[in-house]
Design a protein around this ligand. Structure first.
Ligand code: AMP
Length: 247
C-alpha cells in the first residue's frame, strides 16, 4: 500500500497549513510519555465523548472497534458483511474478527505514543489476546478506566444521541445539541442516529455488557490496573477526573 514514492506523492496534496499544524503537533508530542489505555463502560457512558480529549492531550491514537466496524459495514467489506447481523441485534461480533482489526490498527504511526482502546476488549478472551499481542511487542496496558454508571441513566443518553459518522463526534438532542439540528458543527455535514441506538437494541447491548464485558474489569482488577470514574457526572467533571488520573 502507500509505501515508497506513493507516500510522498500523497503529502504533496496536503495543504501547507495542515502540514505545519501536524508538524507542530508532532513537536509538542515528542516529549510525551507512552501510554496504553483501555476505556470500559456501557453504551452511553461517555467513552466516545472523552476519548478525543484524552487523545489530543496525551498524543495517543483513538481506536474504537465500534466505529471501525460501522465503517466496514457502510463500505460493505467482507469484514462488514460478517459483522452486520450481530451489530444490528446488539450482540458482540466474534473475538477473532475484532482482535484482527485492533492488531492492524495499532500499527498506525498515530499510535506511536500509545493508544486509547474504546469498546475493546469486550470479552475476557479479547483481553487475553490483547495482553499476548502487547507482550510480543514488549509493552503492556498502563490503565483501565472504568466508566461506572447506572443502567437507568443510559436510556435517555442513547436515544437522544446523534453522530457525525466520519469523525465519530457525538451530540445529544437535549444535553449537547448541535448549533443547527441534524448538522455537524465543524464540517456542516449531516448527523445520523445509529441503527442500534434504540430502546430494544440497547437492552441486548446492556445485557452483553453485564454478561461479557464486566468480567474484563475483574480480569484487570487482579493486576490493579482499574481506575473508577463517576460516569454519571457532567462531561466536564468526568474530563477533570480523567485529567487527575492521567497526570
Ligand atoms: P460500540 O460502537 O462500541 O457501541 O459498538 C457497536 C457494536 O459493534 C457492538 O454492539 C458490537 O456488535 C460491535 N462491537 C464493537 N466492539 C466490539 C468488540 N470489541 N467485540 C465484539 N463486538 C464489538
Amino acid at each position: 500500500m502507500g509505501s515508497g514514492g506513493g507516500g510522498m506523492m500523497d503529502l504533496e496534496d496536503v495543504t501547507t497549513v495542515d502540514l505545519m499544524t501536524e508538524l507542530l503537533r508532532r513537536m509538542r508530542c515528542a516529549p510525551k510519555p507512552e501510554r496504553r489505555l483501555i476505556l470500559i463502560g456501557p453504551p452511553g457512558s461517555g467513552k466516545g465523548t472523552q476519548s478525543p480529549i484524552i487523545r489530543d492531550e496525551h498524543c495517543l491514537c483513538h481506536l474504537a472497534t465500534g466505529d471501525m466496524l460501522r465503517a466496514a459495514v457502510a463500505a460493505k467489506t467482507p469484514l462488514g458483511i460478517k459483522a452486520k447481523e450481530a451489530m444490528d441485534k446488539g450482540e458482540l461480533v466474534s473475538d477473532d474478527l475484532v482482535v484482527g482489526i485492533i492488531d492492524e490498527a495499532m500499527k498506525k504511526p498515530s499510535c506511536e505514543k500509545g493508544f486509547i482502546l474504546d469498546g475493546f476488549p469486550r470479552t475476557v478472551v479479547q483481553a487475553q489476546k490483547l495482553d499476548e499481542m502487547l507482550a510480543n511487542k514488549g509493552t503492556k496496558i498502563d490503565k483501565v478506566l472504568n466508566f461506572a454508571i447506572d443502567d437507568a441513566i443510559l436510556e435517555e443518553r442513547i436515544t437522544g444521541r446523534w453522530i457525525h459518522p466520519s469523525s465519530g463526534r457525538s451530540y445529544h438532542s437535549k444535553f449537547a445539541p448541535p448549533k443547527v439540528p441534524g448538522i455537524d458543527d465543524l464540517t456542516g455535514e449531516p448527523l445520523i442516529q445509529r441503527k442500534d441506538d434504540t430502546l430494544e437494541v440497547l437492552k441486548s447491548r446492556l445485557e452483553a455488557f453485564h454478561r461479557q464485558t464486566e468480567p474484563v474489569i475483574d480480569y484487570y482488577s487482579k493486576e490493579s490496573l482499574v481506575v473508577q470514574l463517576h460516569a454519571e457526572k457532567r462531561p466536564e467533571e468526568v474530563t477533570a477526573e480523567l485529567q487527575k488520573v492521567l497526570s
